[in-house]
Design a protein around this ligand. Sequence first.
Ligand SMILES: *Cc1c(COP(=O)(O)O)cnc(C)c1O
Length: 390
Amino acid sequence: MTRSPADPACRAWLEVDLAGLTRNAERVADHVAPARLVPMVKADAYGLGAIAVARTLDRLEPYAFGVATPREGAELRRGGIERRIVVFAPSAAAEASELLEAGLDGAALSLDSLRKLAARARAEAGRIAVHLEVDTGMGRAGLPAAAAADWAPEVASVLSGGGVSLASVYTHFHSAGTDAAVTRGQLARLRAAVTRLEAAGVDVPLLHAANSDAAMGDRQYHLDLVRVGIYLYGGRRGTEIAGAPADPEGVARVRARVLEVRDLAPGSTVSYGAMYTTSGAERLATLGIGYADGLAWRLSNRGRALVRGIRVPIRGGVCMDVTSVDVSAVSGVEPSDVVTLLGRDGAEEITLAEVAAAAGTIEYEVLTAIGRRLPRCYAGGPDHAAEGSR
Ligand SMILES: *Cc1c(COP(=O)(O)O)cnc(C)c1O
C-alpha cells in the first residue's frame, strides 16, 4: 500500500507542482511560437511521473510526447494519452510490433534500422511514422550529416517501398546552453542534409533540433518543433543564452519526516565510518530518507536540508534509509516534523542546481534518481486521479 504523505507513518515523498509545470511549459510555448512543443516524458518524466505530467501538458496541445522506449509509450497509452508519441531512441526492427500495437512513432537512427523497420512493418501489414535523426556532432546515433549525399537516395528508396512514412527530420544539440557557434554549426549541417534529402525527392514535413537550452535560446534554433525536458521540470538553462526568458520554476519538492531527535555530546561520531564527529554538543535529527530514495550518497557531510524554513547541514554519511542533519540552530524540532531536501520551504529554497553541484552531478540525474520508494503526490493538475500515488 502506498501511504499518503498526510499519514505520519509516511517517511518521505515527492511533491510535484503541476501548476508550476504548466507555467514552465507555457513559458517555452510563448517563446517558441509558432514552433510546437514536444514535451520529453521519458524516464517517467524525469522521475516526476509520466502519466500525470502528460495529462497535464496535453491541455497545451503539444505536437507529441517524447519517450525513450516503446514500453514507456505503451504505458502512456494505458494512462489514456491519445496524442502522438515518439520513441526517440534507436527503433530496432524487433520493436516494430510494439510500435504498431501501441500506435507509436519510431525513430530511425541509421539507414539499416530504417530498412529493417520498414521491412518488419510491411510484414505486419502496418505503417510506422518515422522521425529520421541526422548526426551533426552528438556522435551517438543518427545518419552522419557529412555523408548525406550518399544516404539521401537510399532513404528515398526505402520510403517509396512502404512500411514507413517520414514524419520529421531532426538532430540533437550537444552544447546548446554553452556554445552558440558550435550549435549554429550543427544547425547548418542539419540544413545541408535536408537539402540533400529534398534533392533526392524526399518531402521533409517537419524539422527540429532544439532541446531545452536551444528552445529557450535564439529563434533560429526553434524550427518546427522543440523537444523540451529539463526546463519543464525546473532545470536551469545553460548560461550562454542572452535575452532568454526567465529561469523555470522548481516543480519537484522532496520531503522527509524527522524520525528522531538526538542530543549528542562533543566528540560523538555519526554514521558509517564515523564520517562526522561533533565538535560541541549538537542536536541531530534523523530523517527518514536515504540514498535508496535518491538522496545522493555524495551529499554526505555536504548537502543541506530546510528544517522549519532554516537551512541546516547534513552530518555524516547519507545512509540507505536515513540521514542525519544538524538542527542545533533550530528550536522545537520534533519527530514527525516535515523537512525539505529539494525545493522551497518558506523564504528558503534548495534548488536542483544546488543539489546537483553539491552531489557532483547534473540536474537530470538528481531528478531521475528520486527513488520509486517515495510516493509521488500531485497538486495543481487537471484532475486529481493521480494524486497521492502513481
Ligand atoms: C531527452 C531529450 C531531449 C530533451 O533534452 P532536455 O535537455 O531535457 O531539454 C531532447 N531530444 C531528445 C532526442 C532527447 O532524448
